[in-house]
Design a protein around this ligand. Sequence first.
Ligand code: SF4
Length: 357
Amino acid sequence: MALSNIGVKKRYKVGIPRALHYYRYYPFWKKLLEELDAEIVLSPPTNKKIVEEGVTHGFGELCIPVKIYYGQVLKLVEANPDLDFIFVPRYVSEVPESYFCPKFLSLPDVIKILPIPKILNFEVNVKDFPISTSAIELGKQLGKGQNASLDAYNKAQTYFDDYHRFLREGGSVNHALRLVQRSLPFKLPKKKVQGDIRFLLLGHAYNIFDTFINLDFIKKLHNQGVEVLTIENLPEYLFKKPVIVNPRGGILRNYWRHEEEIMQAIRFFLTKGRNEIDGVIFLISFACGPDSLISELIMRDMKVVGLPFLEIIMDEHSGEAGMMTRIESFVEMVRRKRKKLGLEPRWKSKINFYEAT
Ligand code: SF4
């Protein structure tokens, strides 16, 4: 397959579905695969047809992000019949203390129910082996030796660190991903969105940054004069200490990787950062067990500190009018509260994350 008749290796064509962990790891994957000499083909942004296809092939109780993944895989394969591989990583654990949701653990297995080309395997499971080992295994499937794979891994990790630094400087994930796709340098847009109130928007990256399924939620907030922070914009040190949930004296650690990050972020805004935001919105997918559990915990904490909190549950039936009504009434309520307290508009103040203590 990889050898032409003059003995020159052709580049492997690898398809990446634009769904799930694409919104979290694409810069790393792209750099790693390109350094391993693969040609990358990305599926298009989510649209109605992709969602319908995903819903048809995903069984009833699945959350919408996984159904979209199915739809994206089908679209990718239909539009690119000459793919050598489809990249379906298995994310088990990224840090030793927690796991990803089981949907990510089983993704390469369940996706085989679809008519797809060979899967390019990449397993991240730091509880059992370092990610560099996964990169070597990935390289083998693409015909690369250990040194070339380790070199590719180091370059991908450096690039991914730059990407995160850019997000912490205020870059938005979708803007940064567009730069990554075009292989452009990370550069903040000239015009900064300014609002008189500021919200922390919580949720999995695939819920927050897939603008089709969330009905362009961030843009709706911007149009209402709201500044938006997501956890990608927050400094690294906030995510160093584990969150201990303490129900009636017991000690409970968070089991899920991303939910732990959400709890770590919120801990700052419940304490030192209380005055840096005016409210919190949590975008959740219908049928998501991990998110519905922590949403309850966050809601209780919000009540204690008097921070407005809105939970929005999305699925394939979410409608524009209902979403708009909820956003507008929440924004209005927060704005009145700020006015009553005589606070100046947010654009006059720079957010202060303090230094790690
Ligand atoms: S964390 Fe929730 S939304 Fe994400 S894949 Fe798992 S069940 Fe679906």
